[in-house]
Write a protein that binds this ligand. Structure first.
Ligand SMILES: NC(=O)C1=CN([C@@H]2O[C@H](COP(=O)(O)OP(=O)(O)OC[C@H]3O[C@@H](n4cnc5c(N)ncnc54)[C@H](O)[C@@H]3O)[C@@H](O)[C@H]2O)[C@@H](O)CC1
Ligand SMILES: [K+]
Length: 528
């Protein structure tokens, strides 16, 4: 595993840190190292930002004219900030410190004393602090243990109102390290320098409006110490490019043939929602699946053929409302002919018999959209107990609530873990930070995405893409949650690339399908 994949709580980080100190690393030396890494990273951002944001009227250009406000708290987060203050001072920035606390930890107090001896102005009263071009927030890190109130809360709100770039050290002060909840009030950072390992709270949706652009500052925590606390196979992980490429099974074997590259059956679409079937098909196309069959109502078969000439389109008898009434597979074919089935987009809830049929089959199955709505009507847990083979559920929040009305989804990580353990399925809960859990509670979080994907049809593309990957690799001893994670990552990276080229408004679901192979190509080039 790479450092980028680990996710820790405050307690775990403290234990990991404790091992490093017990092994002989001096606390002060580590703080020094971290402070230097932060100031270097800040300097890189400063170079970029000074050219694009309006600076204070007194700004003269050059480091000396750039006013940096350092917000220093009472603990070691404040200590980090004070090391940064000293480093930036020596690099030539004009630095001011805001430090409103009466009592500081020993090391923090020493750094403050030295900074003051260098002539760096230090203010305890907010009103005395001059206006700054940038702020560095070291008020609280993972040691925040209760709500922020009084003059500190007022100061945080005041800094947020300044509308200047704020660089938070470790995490924006005021966020709960594990849940991302705002404890009273919190700094709205434009950048967050997360120290050492990703804190769980930074991957929670409720934190997103506060963390801005987040980056990991790697300060060389030994892997042995991480594994000693998180276990050999950590429970909660962040999806990265490396994990995805381990799962995609590339390059192809030179002797492969189409059936070795998987056969996927998509069951999707209705007369009313024909587009869902097309988008699911185009998502599956990008997966490189060897054989693609798509079951749709007979009346939309010509439309599907025109969009996906490579696929076998199976026209099925339809209900009066234009939904598939029952599957009519070609002769010599039954459901066991397929490596995977993905089912749901555009079906309408009139397709109940189809869902019952695929649930009763012994084939790896993805249920999405109306597939999930029908499952909820049938009774989620009792119905899935009948399943022998892999099941993947891909709800958005509304569908999740219909499937699992008793599970509180405020803490999304806990919610997917509970849903997966109750059903035996792998559950993916869609959102700005999609979370995926297997029944044993192993969780993947997709930490990079774009709000541009919050559009109709985007989920259909994901279902097709995931179905195709599943069919390709399901017989290759992969973990099912890794397949789901690979699809989620690929889908959102496609969206991110599309935003770069077309803006956030330019990523309709069809356009997204056109970016999937492009982003894969760029990622492969990046890895090689
Ligand atoms: N984990 C590591 O290995 C490293 C951690 N470092 C830094 O150390 C930080 C953690 O340091 P600490 O444990 O000292 O914790 P913090 O610096 O996050 O803050 C703890 C202090 O704040 C006080 N406090 C907590 N909640 C408060 C509230 N609501 N209102 C007022 N005061 C409150 C506590 O009494 C304590 O004095 C990290 O976030 C990081 O910045 C780095 O120095 C180097 C390496
Ligand atoms: K902070």
């Amino acid at each position: 595993m790479t450092k980028e994949q680990f996710v820790v709580t405050a307690a775990q980080m403290r234990d990991i840190e404790g091992r490093i100190f017990a092994a002989g690393m001096p606390v002060a030396a580590l703080m020094e190292k971290v402070g230097k890494l932060i100031s270097d990273s800040f300097a890189r951002h400063w170079q970029r930002l000074q050219s694009i944001i309006p600076l204070s009227p007194s700004f003269q250009g050059g480091l000396g004219g750039s006013h940096v406000g350092i917000l220093a708290g009472p603990g070691h987060n404040g200590g980090d900030a004070l090391v940064v203050a000293r480093e930036l001072h020596f690099q030539g920035y004009q630095v001011w410190i805001y430090q409103p606390f009466a009592k500081l930890k020993e090391l923090t107090s020493q750094h403050l004393q030295y900074a003051q001896s260098l002539g760096i102005p230090c203010y305890q009263q907010l009103a005395e602090l001059p206006s700054c071009d940038f702020l560095i927030d070291g008020l609280f890190g993972f040691g925040l243990e209760r709500e922020i109130t009084g003059n500190i809360a007022e100061a945080i709100n005041h800094f947020n109102d300044w509308n200047k770039p704020i660089f938070s050290i470790d995490l924006p002060s005021g966020l709960h390290t594990d849940t991302g909840e705002v404890l009273g009030t919190a700094i709205r950072a434009t950048h967050t320098f997360c120290l050492g390992l990703w804190k769980q709270g930074l991957l929670q949706e409720q934190a997103l409006e506060y963390i801005g652009q987040a980056e990991l500052i790697d300060f060389d925590i030994p892997l042995a110490d991480i594994h000693a606390i998180l276990g050999e196979v950590p429970k909660i992980k962040r999806i990265t490019k490396t994990t995805v490429f381990d799962t995609l099974s590339l390059p192809l074997s030179p002797t492969t043939h189409k059936y070795k590259s998987g056969h996927l059956l998509l069951i999707s679409g209705s007369k009313r929602y024909a587009g869902g079937a097309i988008l699911t098909g185009l998502g599956a196309r990008a997966s490189g699946v060897g054989m693609l069959s798509i079951a749709v109502p007979e009346s939309i078969k010509p439309l599907l053929i025109s969009h996906l000439p490579e696929a076998l389109i199976i026209g099925c008898p339809e209900t009066e409302t234009g939904a598939i009434s029952h599957l009519q597979l070609p002769s010599n074919t039954d459901l066991s002919s397929f490596n995977a089935i993905a089912c749901g987009p555009g079906l309408t809830t009139d397709a109940t018999p189809i869902i019952e049929q695929v649930i009763n089959s012994d084939v790896p199955l993805i249920l999405d959209a109306d597939g999930l709505n029908i499952l909820a009507q049938l009774g989620t847990i009792s119905t899935l107990q009948k399943r022998q083979n892999t099941t993947i559920l891909t709800p958005h929040t509304g569908e999740f609530h219909r499937l699992f009305p008793d599970i509180n989804y405020q803490d999304r990580v806990k919610a997917v873990q509970t849903a997966a353990s109750q059903t035996g399925a792998v559950v993916l809960l869609k959102g700005a930070r999609t979370a995926i859990s297997n029944p044993e509670g192993v969780v993947w979080i997709n930490a990079e995405s774009t709000p541009a994907l919050a559009r109709g049809g985007s989920g259909d593309v994901l279902t097709g893409l995931m179905g195709g990957i599943l069919a390709r690799v399901v017989n290759k001893q992969v973990n099912i949650e890794d397949v789901v994670a690979a699809a989620a990552w690929w889908h959102s990276q496609g969206g991110i690339l599309a935003v770069k080229e077309r803006t956030e408004l330019g990523v309709d679901a069809f356009t997204l399908t056109q970016y999937l192979i492009r982003v894969l190509k760029l990622s492969i080039e990046d890895i090689l």
